[in-house]
Design a protein around this ligand. Structure first.
Ligand SMILES: Nc1nc2c(ncn2[C@@H]2O[C@H](COP(=O)(O)OP(=O)(O)OP(=O)(O)O)[C@@H](O)[C@H]2O)c(=O)[nH]1
Ligand SMILES: [Mg+2]
Length: 261
């Protein structure tokens, strides 16, 4: 199910403190701490940005807007996180935004000098949404360390567009804008590589999937929900219940109807 523009704008305002217009294409900027997310955010939005806190949290919230090819974009700079498993308040904010705000595009910014560690977060985002772009930032630092990254191969391996940038020097940002436009408008449809787990986990997932498909009001990947259930992730279940309540459809009713089946 796709959220209507009205519902999306209500949800963004009430739960995330971000006002969005119906005509704006939305972008989430995710990544590990200190990889250059805010540098990219500043380069894209210039002075058109607002900062505050996430509702009820003492974590910075920055959102801003820009135009590209006559299309209006709204971009949200998420807190830096190493994972989306909600061990910290920053991880919970980033996870909830990616899971429930339903941005048109998520740009995952990676540190090109530390790809292995950074790809962990990218693979988690791939489980939540297909509309992902990987931005390989700090390419100038990688070059200094004589690291050579085969971008076309990485793109093929990951199944999503990969854009190499050196954001502080403004390098690669036009290509980033272009890819964002293409994914946001559906011209480019990434098919992110999915992690295959061990056979016992995969068979447990198979059993769970039919039970979590077609949750009312959910735009979430059933596989992600099933994985969190297997993980016993109570924090995620609370968020799920909270966010699905937006249209007064009770998650508890749905749970009860499933149990009755
Ligand atoms: N050499 C180099 N430095 C960069 C590049 N992009 C960002 N930086 C620098 O890296 C540092 C961190 O950048 P930020 O944009 O604050 O990183 P961030 O991801 O927003 O960090 P958090 O919000 O703390 O998670 C700053 O000193 C930037 O100037 C780049 O491409 N090359
Ligand atoms: Mg930042």
């Amino acid at each position: 199910m796709i959220l209507s523009a009205e519902k999306k704008s209500l949800l963004w305002q009430n739960y995330f403190g971000v006002p969005i217009r119906n005509d704006q294409l939305s972008i989430a900027l995710a990544g590990n701490p200190n990889v250059g997310k805010s540098t990219i955010f500043n380069a894209l939005t210039g002075l058109h940005q607002h900062t505050g806190n996430w509702p009820g949290k003492t974590v910075d919230n920055a959102h801003g807007s820009y135009q590209y090819q006559k299309k209006p974009f709204l971009i949200v700079d998420l807190p830096g996180t190493y994972s989306l498993l909600a061990h910290t308040v920053e991880e919970q904010i980033a996870r909830d935004f990616l899971c429930f705000a339903n941005p048109d595009v998520t740009v995952v910014v990676l540190d090109a000098t530390s790809l292995e560690r950074n790809l962990n977060l990218a693979l988690q985002v791939f489980e939540i949404t297909p509309n992902v772009i990987v931005c390989l930032n700090l390419m100038d630092e990688a070059k200094k360390k004589n690291l050579v990254i085969d971008v076309p191969s990485l793109e093929r391996e990951l199944g999503v567009p990969v854009v190499a940038t050196a954001a502080r020097q403004g390098i690669g940002l036009t290509e980033l804008r272009e890819k964002i436009l293409q994914v946001a408008t559906g011209l480019l449809q990434p098919i992110p590589r999915q992690i295959k787990y061990s056979s016992d986990i995969e068979s447990a997932l198979k059993e769970l999937l039919p039970l979590v498909e077609n949750i009312p009001n959910s735009t979430l990947s059933p596989r992600w929900i099933a994985l969190r259930l297997l993980d016993g992730d109570q924090n995620f279940l609370e968020s799920l219940s909270n966010f699905l309540d937006i249209d007064h459809v009770s998650f508890q009713d749905w749970e009860e109807s499933k149990c009755a089946q």
